[in-house]
Design a protein around this ligand. Structure first.
Ligand code: ADP
Ligand code: XUL
Length: 523
């Protein structure tokens, strides 16, 4: 019988499900549901609820809950052999937090299959909305925690990152300060990943070391809660944090809710979920040093595997746990796909039009530079959104299309230098990785070949592979990661995009100007 594993990915804009056949080394089912379209009654835009204050970005956790029902119902309708699934793992957008009350554990343990998940879980929240990674309203709390921990370098050395507005610790601190009654009613602070895992397992799930590292609360070396960081964040917090675990932790068998309602195998294992970036590390097969990927999703991220923990003492980059038990590096740029979409909207273009414009211009854009900070930016840290143009005519459609992509890629090159890795090959993933014109600029700026992976959903695939790894480990089969990932994330034959020598030279020069423009804009 085929050995089947499910990987789910609760991302900013969608919930995806992937089914893999481990022995055939194939993705045999792949479905996504878009929150705005499928669950439009939550009124989200790109999966988020916008506030009067543009720095505040939340999502309704009940929408993620309902999505799980919709996806399982769809899988059942599509004839997915749920009765043969051996294990389920998942991936969640990182940093977002879900605040549960004292009803949660009891309700999760007794999910009633004759009701929807939404109706089952409607009463378990101590806070109706969840701040997500796009929220940048916690600058004050970041400063407070950082000061308690002894500054940028000390904070990064302790928790793997300087304090960041989107990280869970500063978000919890803001909630504690501004809504003390609701904070007092919170008995468990979950991450998106551990919350979704809790539903699948029917009990409060642990937070894995991969996603736990994105909280400014975990000791990055010991992989346990960091006492001073927890104390600096909020009173009484240590009692509200679930335990930490390895990524391959079996939380339990899947909840009977999914067995009775959707015919899931009752012995299927529910594994801990991890963050989308740690899952993508596995989905892309980045299990050796020097392997780098760039994900062009809602945000753009550059990340890679790292054997030993080495933090960015300047505080721009992050170190998270990798699902292998080692580490990963990451830098995240908030103005990714949505910023590229904004440029399309500004100039009335679809992606074909955008690509035509991009390819009609020359590398280096004749010196024209744009800093595309449509939203507050994470790297470099920009709290006041704004578009800056240097030697760039705002009415020149083509030059502006090139300018945004060049700026995004130059920012990646400039701000990833702390990793000390000269990538030999870059793996491209995420929604925009199907766009060859954008990938050519990536190859040229990085002066490195870029390869496309068949599966754009590397986070969901990584989750499915983690499910396979967790199941094999549980069976006492000592799985090797090398064997698990092999064959799943091979680059698409002929997809390699080579850098042009001439263009690479142009960017060696332009990047100096770009760095100066950043400095000037940040003054
Ligand atoms: P996430 O997982 O963060 O929700 P995805 O990885 O699914 O996001 O990426 C979604 C984004 O992909 C969309 O916001 C869209 O801008 C971008 N995208 C989709 N197709 C293209 C394309 N052909 N060219 C450029 N960007 C694209
Ligand atoms: C990483 C980050 C984003 C989210 C998006 O630090 O904030 O990549 O994980 O899903």
């Amino acid at each position: 019988m085929a050995r089947l594993f499910v990987g789910l990915d609760s991302s900013t804009q969608s919930l995806s499900g992937i089914l893999i056949d481990l022995d055939a080394r194939k993705v045999v089912y792949d479905k996504s549901l878009n929150f705005d379209k499928t669950l439009s009654h939550y009124g989200t835009t790109n999966g988020t609820l916008r506030d009067k204050n543009p720095l505040v970005v939340h999502s309704p956790p009940l929408m993620w809950v309902e999505a799980l029902d919709v996806l399982f119902a769809q899988m059942k309708r599509d004839g997915v052999k749920l009765d043969q699934v051996l294990a389920i793992a998942g991936s969640g957008q990182q940093h977002g937090s879900v605040y549960l009350n004292n009803q949660a554990a009891g309700v999760l343990a007794n999910l009633n299959p004759s009701k929807s998940l939404k109706d089952n879980l409607a009463g378990i929240f101590a806070r109706p909305t969840s701040p997500i990674w796009m929220d940048s309203s916690t600058a004050a709390e970041c400063a407070e925690i950082r000061e308690e921990l002894g500054g940028i370098k000390a904070t990064a050395q302790a928790t793997g990152s300087d304090t960041f507005e989107r990280f869970t610790g500063p978000q919890i601190r803001k909630f504690f300060k501004t809504e003390p009654e609701k904070y007092a009613k919170t008995t468990c602070v979950a991450l998106v990943s551990s919350f979704m895992a809790s539903i699948v397992a029917g009990k409060i799930a642990p937070i894995d070391h991969g996603d736990g590292a994105g909280m400014n609360l975990m000791d990055i070396k010991k992989k346990s809660w960091h006492g001073p960081a927890v104390a600096a964040t909020a009173d009484g917090l240590s009692a509200k944090l679930p335990p930490l675990s390895e990524s391959w932790k079996v939380v339990g068998p899947v909840s009977a809710y999914f067995v009775r309602k959707y015919g899931l195998n009752k012995d299927a294992l529910a594994l801990a979920w991890s963050g989308d970036n740690p899952c993508s590390v596995i989905g892309l097969g980045l299990i050796e040093s020097g392997m780098v990927a760039i994900s062009l999703g809602t945000s753009d991220t550059l990340f890679g595997y790292m054997k030993n923990c080495r933090v960015d003492e300047h505080g721009e980059g992050h170190v998270f746990g990798a699902p292998t038990g080692d580490y990963m590096t990451l830098i995240c740029f908030k103005n990714g796909s949505l910023a590229r979409e904004k440029v399309c909207d500004l100039y009335g273009l679809d992606w074909d039009g955008f690509n035509c414009a991009l390819t009609s211009t020359v590398a280096g854009n004749k010196g024209g530079i744009m800093l595309p900070w449509f939203e507050a930016e994470i790297v470099p840290r920009v709290n006041k959104p704004g578009i800056h143009r240097f030697d760039l005519d705002p009415n020149d459609t083509s030059a502006n299309c090139r300018a945004i992509v060049e700026a995004q890629m130059m920012a990646m090159r400039l701000h990833s230098q702390w990793m000390g890795v000269k990538p030999q090959r870059i793996y491209a993933t995420g929604g925009a990785s199907g766009n060859a014109a954008i990938l050519q600029v990536m190859a040229d700026v990085m002066n490195c070949p870029v390869l496309r992976i068949e599966v754009t959903k590397s986070a969901a695939l990584g989750a499915a592979l983690r499910a396979a790894h967790g199941w094999l480990a549980h069976e006492g089969k000592a799985p090797s990661w090398d064997k698990i990932v092999r064959g799943f994330s091979d680059p698409i034959p002929g997809s390699e995009i080579k850098p042009s020598l001439k263009a690479a030279k142009a960017y060696d020069k332009l990047i100096e100007k770009y760095a100066k423009c950043e400095k000037q804009a940040l003054k």
